[in-house]
Design a protein around this ligand. Structure first.
Ligand SMILES: Cc1cc2nc3c(=O)[nH]c(=O)nc-3n(C[C@H](O)[C@H](O)[C@H](O)COP(=O)(O)O)c2cc1C
Length: 243
């Protein structure tokens, strides 16, 4: 099984999203998957021009000459794609959105009603990879991912695919916290990310136990909020003292 991660965080390997991806992939690799981890911020991916040339003049191919040509090949040559993104303004990052818009050459222009009576574009001749979503947010509650949940379900329909797992972590800023007192809680969460990677390779889905563990806050929300505000106090005081 091949798994390709497209990570839309501008922080790339320094990001909290990457911490989640790394653990997930280590479990998947241990279970025998071949994996690739792509930082979209390091690629040249310009925004879609809306010209529809990829449907008319050069079917299946975008006229913009940048790294998206290589990304499209990676997208269609894998069994599973992971959309990994931090939550930005309740949504994916701009980097990820540019990437998603540029997936359009994979579809045909024609309209066809799906089983729910809603129009989709027909699929160009390729096997759609299954979809996994990995995201984290600054706010601690899991409810902040409501938009992503709906968005990726709809994207999966558009791409003639399905979402097989969603791993959302509210309060994700804690993941790169180096305070020793937090280590056991963060490490325990990481173990379940690894288990998730393994389960996907073995069963193409997450077990109820893993889902429940991954949904639980790493530390209680109140503690996280207190820590976050204290850290903002310190950061802002440091900056003020320098001015
Ligand atoms: C421009 C911007 C918008 C953000 N919007 C949200 C938001 O709507 N909700 C939220 O909980 N966190 C928000 N965050 C916080 C990020 O989701 C959080 O810092 C996350 O850990 C970043 O992941 P990364 O380190 O992988 O980039 C935002 C951060 C930035 C920079």
């Amino acid at each position: 099984m091949r798994i390709v991660v497209f990570n839309g965080s501008p922080r790339a390997e320094k990001g909290n999203t990457h911490i989640m991806v790394e653990e997930f992939l280590s479990g998947a690799k241990e279970a025998g998957a071949e994996t690739e981890n792509i930082f979209l911020v390091k690629k040249s991916i310009k925004y879609c021009l809306g010209c529809f040339d990829c449907w008319i003049k050069t079917p299946g191919e975008c006229i913009i000459k940048d790294d998206m040509k290589e990304m499209l090949l990676k997208f269609i040559e894998t069994d599973i794609v992971v959309f990994a993104t931090p939550l930005y303004v309740d949504n994916v990052t701009g980097i990820m959105k540019n990437f998603m818009d540029r997936l359009i050459p994979l579809l045909d222009p024609y309209f066809k009603k799906d089983e729910n009576g809603e129009c989709r574009h027909t699929n160009r001749n390729f096997k759609s990879p299954k979809i996994i979503v990995i995201s984290n947010s600054g706010f601690p509650e899991q409810s902040h991912f409501q938009v992503l949940q709906l968005l990726f379900r709809r994207i999966a329909k558009n791409m003639h695919s399905e979402v097989i797992a969603e791993i959302y972590r509210g309060g994700g800023e804690i993941l790169r916290n180096k305070m020793l007192i937090l280590a056991p809680f963060i490490n325990s969460y990481k173990k379940y990310l690894q288990k998730a990677g393994k389960e996907i390779v073995e069963n193409l889905k997450l077990s109820d136990e893993t889902i429940a563990k991954l949904e639980k806050p790493i530390i209680p929300d109140e503690q996280y909020i207190k820590g976050a505000n204290k850290s903002w106090d310190k950061t802002l005081a440091r900056i003020k003292n320098k001015l």
